[in-house]
Design a protein around this ligand. Structure first.
Ligand SMILES: NC(=O)c1ccc[n+]([C@@H]2O[C@H](COP(=O)([O-])OP(=O)(O)OC[C@H]3O[C@@H](n4cnc5c(N)ncnc54)[C@H](O)[C@@H]3O)[C@@H](O)[C@H]2O)c1
Length: 348
């Protein structure tokens, strides 16, 4: 039996990775470590919380003594590190907490791994990162694994810094590491402050849809389950010390994506086509707003055989339907009630 520590497992992507690993690998104990910040929600994992190979620990990755003792207590063999402050707009308001969690928190996990893994054989520290570390593209070209880092927001600067620390531990101490840099994710269980769930919710409730600038910025969107599948493949078959880009070759201008969301929600709610376009409200552009992200994920395809499983239209349809079917989940978040779930489940 191996003991795999997944950090940030109560968040959006982390909950999909935890679910995949708990269900697929009965030979792994999956230890989900999460501080349950505003972004962590244990209800995301209701369907796996009673499984024998699933464990939850509420802890802050910045608490380095605690990280060190957890590595000893649980005899951790591998780490998949997702815990982070993840919202660019919040990083513009409060960069300090991003430096703390994303940089110092990652460092405290790296130290715990280095100090407790006497022998690095069959050990791996897998760090989940973002394509935003590469900066911004013009109309042409793609980010590859060789693109220089050029972060612009406090969020991407903190993720870039954490990537550098992970690589430094490999180069200095020979810690076995892998880093992946993924494009924007969408799908179920995403906190409704992020573009896609926020807009689905606002369209449903006839609220304004705030679009930065002219909505011309371009993002490359990947279905979250495909990201989780990529993490699975890379964790098991990736090469020690390597970096892998993950993306779906699926670029959308924000304004075009919003129109697809409007069309899909209106159709599923039986409204007339385009009815909710009146909700679009252009607002002042985000400070330092990167123009375009686009990932070249051909290394992952050619070396490890991973490809996205879903076409975007199908992924968006599934996603919109999920938010419509799970209005209770959305309401508990928007009302703040979801934070009681942990207290109810784990108080004894
Ligand atoms: N969402 C995306 O589109 C995207 C794309 C590429 C990479 N990523 C990366 O993937 C990871 C997960 O992103 P997400 O969108 O699921 O984020 P999220 O905000 O939904 O979840 C983050 C989780 O980390 C936990 N957390 C935060 N601070 C912590 C701390 N100090 N100690 C322990 N736990 C803490 C939160 O409680 C939450 O459960 C992040 O590292 C992010 O940079 C995200």
């Amino acid at each position: 039996m191996k003991n795999i520590l997944i950090t940030g497992g109560a968040g959006f992507i982390g909950s999909h990775v935890v679910r995949l690993f708990v269900n697929k690998y009965s030979n792994y104990n999956i230890i989900n470590l999460d501080a349950l910040t505003y972004a962590g929600n244990l209800e995301n994992l209701k369907d796996v919380e009673s499984k024998e190979n699933y464990f939850f620990i509420k802890a802050d990755i910045c608490d380095h003594e605690k990280m060190d003792s957890l590595f000893k207590e649980y005899e951790i063999d591998g780490v998949i590190h997702l815990a982070a402050e993840s919202h660019v707009d919040r990083s513009i308001k409060d960069p300090f907490s991003f430096a703390k969690t994303n940089v110092l928190g990652t460092l405290s996990l790296l130290q715990a791994a280095k100090n407790n893994w006497n022998n690095f054989e069959n050990k791996l520290f897998y760090h989940v990162s973002t394509d935003e570390v590469y900066g911004s593209l013009s109309e042409q070209g793609f980010f590859t694994e060789n693109t220089s880092y050029d972060p612009h927001s406090p969020y991407s600067a903190s993720k870039a810094s954490s990537d550098h620390f992970v690589r430094a531990f490999h180069d200095t101490y020979e810690l076995p590491i892998i880093i992946s840099n993924c494009s924007n994710n969408y799908g179920s269980y995403q906190f409704p402050e992020k573009l896609i769930p926020l807009f689905i919710n606002n369209i449903c409730n006839n609220k304004p849809l705030p679009v930065y600038g002219k909505g011309e910025n371009i993002r490359d969107w990947l279905f979250v389950n495909d990201h989780a599948r990529a993490i699975d493949v890379i964790f098991h078959e990736g090469k020690n010390g390597d970096t892998y880009n993950i993306g779906g070759f699926n670029e959308w201008k924000n304004i075009d994506l919003i129109k697809v969301l409007i069309k899909t929600v209106d159709r599923l709610l039986g409204r007339s086509e385009g009815e909710s376009e009146k909700l679009i409200t252009y607002i002042k552009d985000r400070a330092g707003h990167d123009f375009r992200y686009a990932i070249d994920s051909s290394k992952l395809k050619n070396e490890l055989g991973w490809e996205p499983s879903l076409q975007f239209e199908e992924g968006i349809e599934k996603t919109v339907q999920w938010y419509l079917d799970n209005q209770d989940w959305v309401k508990k978040i928007t009302s703040g009630d979801y934070q009681n779930y942990y207290q109810e489940m784990y108080s004894n």
